[in-house]
Each structure stands twice: as C-alpha cells, then as structure tokens.
Design a binder for this molecule. Structure first.
Ligand SMILES: [Zn+2]
Length: 83
C-alpha cells in the first residue's frame, strides 16, 4: 500500500479534496460486508428480528463525491466527525 503525504494538523480542519476542492460530498465504500441477522419465528409463522450484526472484512475507503479521488487517508478523521 502506497503512503500518501499526510497533512499536518488535519484533526482540527475540514476534509477537503486535494484534487477538486470539494468539501461537501463524500462517499464511503466498505468491501466484503457480511450482515448476519437473527430472527425468531412466531407461532403464526411471522418473524421477529432479534439482532443483526455487520462485519466488515475488507477495507473501508473514502472517496470524493465529485471526482472520485481516493481520500481514504482522511477516513479516520472522517469517522470521528460523524454525528
Ligand atoms: Zn474531488
């Protein structure tokens, strides 16, 4: 995996695409996601969802929503800023 230049002090700033300057639209892509859902079948044949578990086995990548530049470098700070 090639290392990209890490901007200093990025933890306080907004994420901005270095290619097109976009700071509004971002796309997160998770590879190889396994969703496991457990259901309980009731007496009448209906099902009640009990729990579900999402397991991400592949990489999670972040892309610019406008020019598709790989911004995975910023993904950790992206995660911290989701509310
Ligand atoms: Zn961009």
């Amino acid at each position: 995996m090639k290392k990209l230049q890490v901007p200093t002090g990025h933890s306080t700033g907004r994420i901005v695409c270095p290619e097109c300057g976009n700071d509004k639209d971002f796309v997160e892509v998770a590879e190889n996601v396994i969703v496991t859902s457990r259901y309980f079948q009731n007496n009448d044949g209906s099902f009640t969802p009990e729990e579900s578990d999402t397991e991400i086995q592949g990489e999670v990548k972040l892309f610019c929503g406008l020019c598709d530049t790989d911004l995975s470098l910023f993904h950790s700070s992206f995660i911290e800023m989701i509310f």
